[in-house]
Ligand binder design. Structure first.
Ligand SMILES: Nc1ncnc2c1ncn2[C@@H]1O[C@H](COP(=O)(O)OP(=O)(O)O)[C@@H](O)[C@H]1O
Ligand SMILES: [Mg+2]
Length: 440
């Protein structure tokens, strides 16, 4: 009997996860809660409140779900995986203890410190008085972060004192981020290109997926305010020694530290890195697949994604990895689990957003989707909905992602942009420089 999989979430990341599961030769039955118009073509969308863990457990019982993949951070941080474990379900995604690496930036700093992993120096504050006093002693620019999960809006890289003071007051005095901002970190500013690494791990064994880079700013040339991500590409090519360095100085010690603290971890650990002049340093952890990085990392898998997730969830990732045969074209050969991905192809996703985003924007505009899709090009839905008359309409800031793949970055970009040029809705905006080296 084919496996039954439930994917939790409704964004571009979840559409990409569902798409990759649907490619499995095992022909799984896929459910997505709550899903979006893109997932509805490949899975059965289920109208569930993903923060209501009892309802999710009930659904899994009724439908005899074999595997639950939790996409977004909020249910992970709230302990949905723990609740599902207790009811004996296989879950891809850490419990609340592991998810704290994302949900509490001060905790993640403590883990990094005890693991001896390079990261920016910092101090934590709960009072604006103490924070402002400390501000006088640090050099600018300085980075201020809300410790809690703030939907990607809780970080300010401040080039002058005013900006820093404003952000400190916004967090601690005005409580603009609610409880997430009641404690802040003041961090040394690092410089260099950024890189995302997705580690698939069952706590013992691990597999590193191809490095990717997303483009956070709304404007070309990395200008304007931060967004959830306007595009991404993978793999990012690194010097061979960098792979070894990331593995030995960051990944291995972090996973060992989690084991030392008895923190079980089955799922994806996303490591945000900055490649500084003195080597790679950790900016942050996420406890789940990145969005939009997932849209370009998963299509480069050359193994069965469903099997990888399932074996991870049951703690048998090591057996799964033994079955992966490494091929000569795999670069670098010594990156753990390198053979799971294709390193010869490139993937690019360009996000089509609503004008006004990341500020105010209009919803409900009809979308004209491209007709010519293929193995090297497809559209990932993020903020879309189906209107009463059955048309696909815009329903968010980041509306969709055009994905292109090819043997070179240039080819993959051409394919993705070509697809986006055939996509129409009123107010469609996108960056034209996704995939350019150094783009962030
Ligand atoms: N110490 C730092 N030095 C320089 N830039 C930083 C630093 N920390 C974060 N940033 C910048 O801010 C962005 C967001 O920070 P991050 O820690 O990833 O938080 P989140 O993704 O939760 O908003 C990073 O992608 C990076 O561009
Ligand atoms: Mg981040």
């Amino acid at each position: 009997m084919s496996r039954k999989v439930l994917v939790i979430g409704s964004g571009g990341r979840e559409h990409a996860i569902v798409r990759q599961l649907a490619l499995s030769e095992q022909e799984p039955s896929i459910f997505c809660a709550p899903g979006n118009p893109g997932t509805s073509k490949l899975a059965t969308n289920v109208d569930l409140d993903i923060m209501a863990s009892e309802a999710v457990v009930e659904f899994c019982k009724t439908n005899q779900i074999d595997l639950v993949i939790i996409g977004p951070e909020d249910p992970l941080i709230a302990g949905l995986a723990d609740r599902l474990h207790k009811a004996d379900f296989n879950v891809f995604g850490p419990g609340a203890m592991g998810a704290r690496l994302e949900g509490d930036k001060e905790f993640s700093k403590e883990v990094l410190a005890s693991a001896g992993v390079p990261t920016a120096r910092y101090q934590a504050f709960s009072s604006s008085h103490a924070a402002l006093k400390h501000l006088d002693t640090v050099s600018l620019p300085v980075v201020i972060k809300a410790c809690g999960a703030a939907q990607g809006k809780g970080v300010a890289v401040c080039s002058n004192r005013n900006e820093a003071e404003e952000f400190i007051r916004a967090c601690l005095d005005d409580q603009q981020f609610g409880v997430a901002g009641l404690r802040i970190l003041m961090e040394e500013c690092l410089f260099g290109p950024e890189l995302s690494i997705l580690i698939v791990t069952d706590g013992q064994d691990y597999c590193l997926l191809v490095p990717s880079r997303d483009h956070k700013r709304i404007g070309e040339g990395n200008t304007g305010p931060n967004t959830g991500g306007m595009g991404a590409f993978a793999p990012v090519k690194l010097a061979p020694s960098m792979y070894t360095e990331i593995d030995s100085r960051i990944v291995l010690p972090v996973l060992a530290e989690l084991r030392r603290r008895d923190i079980p971890y089955r799922g994806v650990l996303y490591v945000g890195l900055m490649l500084t002049e003195s080597g790679p340093q950790v900016l942050e952890f996420n406890c789940r697949f990145g969005d939009p990085e997932t849209q370009v990392v998963l299509p480069l898998l050359r193994t069965d994604f469903l099997e990888m997730c399932y074996q991870t969830a049951i703690g048998k990732l090591g057996d799964f990895l033994q079955g992966i045969h490494e091929v000569e074209d795999v670069v670098p050969l010594d990156w753990p689990g390198a053979g799971a991905s294709s390193w010869m192809r490139q993937a690019v996703v360009v996000v089509g957003a609503s004008d006004g985003y990341p500020g105010q924007y209009i919803k409900g505009r009809p979308i004209d989707l491209p007709k010519e899709l293929g193995d090297d090009r497809w559209v990932i839905h993020a903020g879309t909905a189906v209107s009463e008359d059955g048309a696909v309409v815009t329903n968010g800031g980041r509306v969709l992602g055009a994905v292109g793949t090819g043997m070179t970055l240039e080819l993959a970009k051409d394919v993705a942009y070509n697809l986006l040029e055939k996509t129409h809705f009123e107010g469609l905006i996108y960056r034209r420089d996704i995939g350019e080296s150094g783009g962030m």
